[in-house]
Design a protein around this ligand. Structure first.
Ligand SMILES: [Zn+2]
Ligand SMILES: [Zn+2]
Length: 648
């Protein structure tokens, strides 16, 4: 009997009989591990406890403590258990596919009648019964013909089609959860009792075409979510509720910030209130960039395809670009332009004007660059995913030796801006050289080290994603965490050895010879549109005072106070506060309610007492108590409060 050698995560090696399963390996280490094991990694591949290992390998045994593997298995097993429950309840239903997705899984079923919310309740109940049965999970490898024959006899046409679409005649893996069987790559848990009966929920039913093709039959997709325990499920459901309340599309309507319409999908119509937020944020960013040594530029939006061919975008990015064809006078054929999908090539054009020397570097060119990218209609989502957007873009042209300092300065600027905007926590990920790339290994070594050293100046707690850099250079991604724990990737810092070569950027070095600058692409917000969406949801519409579109509403209690209301508004406006009068003939409580829905941070209620005392009665959003102050004091205090964080 031949032996194989398995290497454990601690470096220890042990010999086993060829064909040993991870279940046997775990048992051989300790019976307690044998019991706790849920799966293994064999040479990095997620491996079922029942699959034999045929050659020397690195092995790690997983238990429920390993989140990634545990959640994948739990969600995957739930998909099978749900399908089994559905066919138990409605034996005529045909099964198709059921993959794991973020936070859960779905399964597509063919059933004539739609599933109702009551049906979902029945399915959940049946799933709990299956978990209670603690049915063993079993797997076998079948040849193709047997698998097809099996599904033909069972009248499962979708499964037959799936198998027939798999190229070659590789054997297929089957899984049983108790008596219920499904075609599946695995791996799976060991018995249905390992599923947490109190940590899953069926969420919704949606239509989905077989194989995603609208010419095919429409199926019913049931979505479920699952976690390791009840608390995690509860936290997730609470987060969803909270996110729905904060939905920026809903708040955008209530606060009259913006709208979208069919004639310009994915392009924002900003209303006065929304544009006020935008401009306050833009002004703030402009000041921060200027102080950090950036020079602002503005480049064209409509650019001839010739430049996009040179930059490589025409070849690699064409299907995401909006094309503009023009009948130019005197020309025989149409001139083909594209709306810029990114600003980089235009920035190189600005750099290329006039000879640059090493003394000009680093040169930091910033643009609030208006870009357009074609996104499929299904992928668009309010402000979060749009077709027309404005990046807080900049490109730093520098020498290889300057990358580290520029990167460190950038991270400093980014963290200060995130803090100012209310995000104390962010994560950093460094993506390193992919297999296919431009530039020598020496340049990559230098650039990766520069980025890593710069990050380490701020934190040692960062993730490295090997091989995930762009072909033209390593990059950093910055993800911030919002008030309800969601992560948003916003900032980026990317070294580029390619575009300066393609577009002929040069500088004269100290040695008098010509050199290529490195180009650093960087953004902090990402796009203004999406970032404002994130801000709205983070603050649930209650923007910080300096960003609030309508900062103060001055509301009359009686019409005799109208003249004084106008005077108060004039005083506030003169102090550059965004103030409005509300002298409608309505009850003050009605006005307060309405402006609370509009998320106005301060309401000044003005009755005859305030008129006589020349005071204002201050009511803050979400508070019931009021505070009375002399008008002049109040104006000065609000003006100080409205200062943006960088001007305080
Ligand atoms: Zn499966
Ligand atoms: Zn760029």
């Amino acid at each position: 009997m031949s032996q194989i050698s398995l290497t454990f995560p601690d470096g220890n090696k042990r010999d086993y009989a060829r064909g040993v399963t991870p279940a046997e390996v775990a048992q051989s280490i300790a019976p307690s591990l044998g019991k706790a094991a849920i799966s293994a990694s064999v040479d990095g591949r997620h491996w079922d406890l029942q699959w034999p290992i045929e050659a020397d390998a690195a092995i790690a045994i997983h238990t429920m403590k390993d989140d990634a593997q545990a959640l994948e298995l739990i969600r995957h097993d739930f998909a099978h258990v749900m399908a089994r429950a559905v066919q138990k309840l409605w034996p005529e239903v045909k099964v198709t596919i059921g993959p794991v997705v973020e936070n859960g899984w779905y399964y597509d079923f063919d059933r004539d009648e739609p599933f109702t919310p009551e049906d979902l309740g029945l399915i959940e109940k049946e799933m709990k019964a299956i978990i209670n049965e603690r049915d063993p999970v079993r797997t076998e490898v079948w040849d193709r013909a047997r698998a097809i024959d099996h599904y033909v006899r069972k009248n499962e046409p979708f499964k037959v089609e799936l198998i027939e679409a798999i190229p070659g005649d590789e054997p297929l893996r089957m899984y049983w959860h108790g008596h219920w069987q499904d075609l599946c790559r695995g791996p799976h848990l060991q018995h249905t009792g390992q599923l947490p009966a109190d940590a899953f929920k069926l969420m919704s039913v949606a239509g989905a075409y077989w194989r995603g093709d609208h010419r095919n039959k429409q199926l019913q997709r049931i979505y479920g979510v699952a976690f390791k325990n009840r608390d995690d499920l509860k936290a997730y459901l609470t987060m969803l509720e909270e996110a729905a309340k904060r939905d920026h599309r809903k708040l955008g309507r209530e606060m009259e910030l913006f709208h979208l319409q069919e004639e310009a999908p994915g392009m924002v119509f900003w209303h006065p209130n929304g544009w006020t937020i935008y401009r306050a944020l833009e002004d703030y960013m402009r000041r921060r960039l200027r102080k950090a040594g950036y020079k602002e530029i503005r480049t064209p939006q409509v650019v001839d395809r010739i430049l996009w061919e040179k930059s490589g975008h025409w070849e690699a990015y064409r299907e995401n670009m909006f094309i503009v064809e023009v009948d130019e006078e005197g020309a025989k054929e149409k001139r083909i332009n594209a709306l810029k999908p990114m600003n980089c090539p235009c920035h190189v054009q600005v750099y290329n004007q006039g000879l640059k020397s090493y003394r000009d570097l680093p040169l930091r060119l910033a643009e609030f660059g208006s870009c357009h990218r074609y996104e499929s209609s299904g992928s668009m989502h309010g402000l979060m995913r749009v077709r027309g957007f404005t990046q807080d873009d900049a490109h730093i042209f520098c020498t290889e030796d300057q990358i580290e300092q520029e990167c460190a300065d950038f991270i400093g600027l980014l963290s200060s801006i995130y803090r100012d905007l209310g995000f104390a926590k962010f994560d950093v990920k460094l993506s390193t050289r992919p297999e296919v790339r431009v530039g020598s290994d020496a340049v990559w070594d230098k650039a990766e080290a520069a980025l890593e050293n710069a990050v380490r100046k701020v934190t040692n707690d960062f993730e490295i994603d090997p091989g995930e850099g762009a072909f033209y250079g390593p990059k950093l991604d910055f993800k911030l965490t919002d008030a309800i724990g969601r992560e948003w990737q916003c900032g980026t810092f990317q070294a580029d050895f390619n575009l300066p070569v393609r577009l002929g950027a040069e500088y004269v070095g100290e040695d008098g010879a010509k050199h290529r600058p490195v180009m650093l692409h960087r953004a902090i917000l990402g796009s203004f549109e999406r970032f404002i969406g994130i801000l709205i949801e983070n603050y649930a519409g209650r923007m910080p005072f300096w960003l609030a579109p309508r900062q103060i509403v001055v509301a009359s209690i009686v019409s005799d106070a109208d003249d004084y209301v106008a005077e108060v508004v004039a005083r506030l406006t003169a102090a550059e506060l965004r103030a409005e009068a509300d002298t409608r003939n309505e009850k003050i409580n009605y006005k307060v309610r309405e402006h609370s829905v509009g998320k106005v941070p301060v309401i000044l209620a003005i009755g005859m007492k305030e008129v006589e005392e020349r005071s204002v009665s201050i009511r803050r959003l979400g508070e019931t108590r009021t505070e009375t102050r002399a008008l002049a004091d109040a104006v000065a205090a609000f003006a100080a409060e409205a200062a943006p964080p960088d001007l305080r």
